[in-house]
Design a protein around this ligand. Sequence first.
Ligand code: PLP
Length: 424
Amino acid sequence: MMENKEEQYQKLGISPEVLRLGEASEKRVKKQFAKVEEIAEYNQLKVIYAMQKNRISDIHFANVSGYGYTDLGRDAIEAVFAEIFQGEAALVRPQIMSGTHALALAILGNLKSGDELLSVFGKPYDTLDEMLGIRGNCAGSFLDFHLSYKQVDLLEDNSIDFDGIEAAIGEKTKLVLLQRSAGYSSRGAFSIEILEKVISVIKQKKQDVICLVDNCYGEFVEEKEPLEVGADLIAGSLIKNAGGGLVQSGGYVIGKENLVNHAAYRLNAPGLGREIGANFGMNLSLLQGIFFAPIVVACAVKTAIFAADIYEHMGYEVKPSSTQKRSDIVQGIVLGSEKKVLSFCEGIQSAAAVDSFVKPEAESMLGYDSSVIMAAGAFVQGASIELSADAPMKEPYIVYLQGALTWYHGKLGVLKSVENILNV
Ligand SMILES: *Cc1c(COP(=O)(O)O)cnc(C)c1O
């Protein structure tokens, strides 16, 4: 049996030597994996409970077209998401095109001329720059609508500036943005426990400020979600964690009912909120996706822990470490050279089930000051809950790895990257 497995790995380009490195790593991370399984089990039950409570049935899988007034599945899906994430209401739609779009709806729907948004963990995710007016002068941005943007940077050791946050909340502060995931920065994700502390400091200073958590990459990594610890609103993408790898497009905004309605007015039209919008036959995959999501997220987290451990043992700096508590699915590995980044990404790409024969190349990209390389062989274009890696081609040559729909695929991808790195 063992020999057969080794042969199978060899056919996929993994040498017996690298396979053994992987086996040693798997032994070392047993405890962390057990914890991940525990969280997955808890979250799976949470999802099943939400589906039972909302009496999900095959009537909800029906394809509805046109205005969608009678899309029962859409309404049931939103009730299921609201229950899972503990919000009063949810907007879960294929018409929300990305995580950025979901965040834009939550933000622009809830601000009025003169209001200020405060980001408390430094600069938010790059794709929000134009809306916030940090970069460029785009029509419809904060500049156009007389909204202001302020940020409190993290302290030098990447810890949270609690005093700075308290001082920054003022008369005009209407909405505070908290990004759970590190995204592509070296700061590390902030756990639910930390979010709870920060939100309580914010609310003590100003009770009625809206706390919006950018929940992208964070869903189901822990047992609790941000709305359970005081957040008012969360937003995220369905081609990341919450879609379970099955959803082809979509995003969500969940939280206080009036705030979600405002986001829906933004998506649709003022006065026409959540009651309209057909899901075009996507209800089945939305429900199957959220059903599988806890398990898929567990596979992604295992892949990240495994990568952290194996690269730590090869002498590389990794963020987070293999034993650190996690609140997102992203793994940073400091490779230190352009050649190694290239080999790593080629390894991830060549391990894919889709587009394994493609060679990723570094390319200059809008909004980045260096060229960027991305490796992804995905069923759904750009779905970063699937095994993928990307890196800006600049010092310190750090590659960000995320996803894997199954643990075995994640393991193969990491082993393939190791095989490549050892042969640089
Ligand atoms: C991915 C991501 C976004 C943006 O989502 P897109 O779907 O890429 O637009 C925002 N914030 C964080 C933390 C993310 O990981």
